[in-house]
Design a protein around this ligand. Sequence first.
Ligand code: GLN
Length: 549
Amino acid sequence: MAKKSNKYIFIVGGVMSSVGKGIAAASIGKILQSRGYHVANLKADMYVNLDAGTIRPAEHGEVFVGEDGIEADQDLGNYERFTDQVSVREDYITTGQIYAEVIKRERNLEYGGEDVEVYPDIPKEIIRRIEVCQKKNKSEITIIEYGGTVGEGQLLTFLEATRMMKASNPSDVLLVLISYLPTPSLLGEQKSKPTQRAITDLHSVGLNPDFVICRSDKPATTDIKRTISNVCSLPIERIISAPDVYSIYDVPVNFEKENFGTTLLTTLGLPPRSKDLADWTKLAEKIKKIKKNVHIGIVGKYFNFKSCKDTYISVIESINHAAWALGYKPDIVWLDSEIYEGDKRKLKELDNLDGIVVPGGFGKRGTEGMILTADYARRRKIPYFGLCLGMQIMTISWARNVLGHKNANSVELDADTPYPVIATMSDQVEKIKNKNYGASMRLGAYPAHLQKGSVAESAYGVSKISERHRHRYEVNPEYISALEKSGLVFSGRSPDGILMEIAELPKREHPFYLGTQFHPEFKSRPLSPHPLFAAFLKACVSRKRKVFL
Ligand code: GLN
């Protein structure tokens, strides 16, 4: 019997960034998986950083954390949410990793006295890493998304890797260009020229796309499809229309309307197996019909002039999943915590919300405003959900306002605080001293035990959980007993009882006042919302009923 070959689909962007390459890659994974194929999604970023852990989230989006502790680009979160497969370290490549490995091997004399060249040694290492990802995932089809846009110099070694793979296995490797069709308002018609330029750029490096996905506000017209198909000598069914959608979860459904799954599989020489997108399609339809709103405020510090959608993407999606399950559409507002520092009266606007999330973050800026927010939410009984930093903030606010330790703080935020209720984890002290910041936090999945009868335990419905972490600081063991005696409940702890994983107030005291040292947002899925987000949203929805009806 002939050996079954592994198949690879490369995804590259044309014209401009932010056209939804990540969602397209995740959706391709989803539709192929729904046809019974075992897929893997890999992201390759062009930057020299070894991972995304040291990159500013307001500019580059959320840092997604895997079970194994990888700090990766936010697209790995999209892949997980669409395919419900846990990402692994091997699913994430950067230019920095590629060079670091090649240089390490050169130092070990592994190139046998040859000089090491950018071409072909760098593309060869890229290919090796793609194959490592395939092996680790045992995938039949591996989908590789390149960060950046065709025409950028830093993409060239990666495109050369694709060319080399295509040249040696033409029937196993596909290249998908995801491009943008602008509709200038003066003309009111779609234009294909920028896409044609992107295709020419690909031609100049020896590549022709096998598919072109056309992102645009309206579906691509037949004329445009024909023009593009001519430029790259492709049958018209390989030009896929991808208009703006109501929610990102529509994208796989739309792809299937274009028969994309079947065409992809036939082009790869794979039999189209039966398809099962029923639950997903039902959800995408349900989302469109939801009328009732629930108002959630994200009180954070990473804002830029565009929006916060990328910075807090997993938090936003987790809120969406939980709200949709309850039949509500979240109306999310971004609140910059710094505004409350200048004028406490502004906190009053929080009364109009059904719930508040204080997400993760690093460094002092904006944290005083978050501490005020946590206190306000506690006193006004507004549902409050603190994620990592948000849990530390909740603890600081409690120490200041309930225990009366006026200058209580985290040593991260005030090294000289007289009441360090949040302290450096013991294994982090040396790392901070040596400025060893990269990939050195407490990262990835760790187990926790939940207290019987707590809000957390009733939300999860089990007493042992595992969640993903990314932090250097913890609730200071010296203050635990004072915090508990004054009424704050640590309802989740590490199995050895040392690290406080969840802080909460009992239901009789507050409708929902809970913070997690971990990041539950990384594990929520559209069809199975995270239990803590579900419990938080339930509290938000009942507040809405009380306040507004
Ligand atoms: N800065 C805090 C810490 O390192 C919280 C981190 C986070 O929110 N991810 O502990």
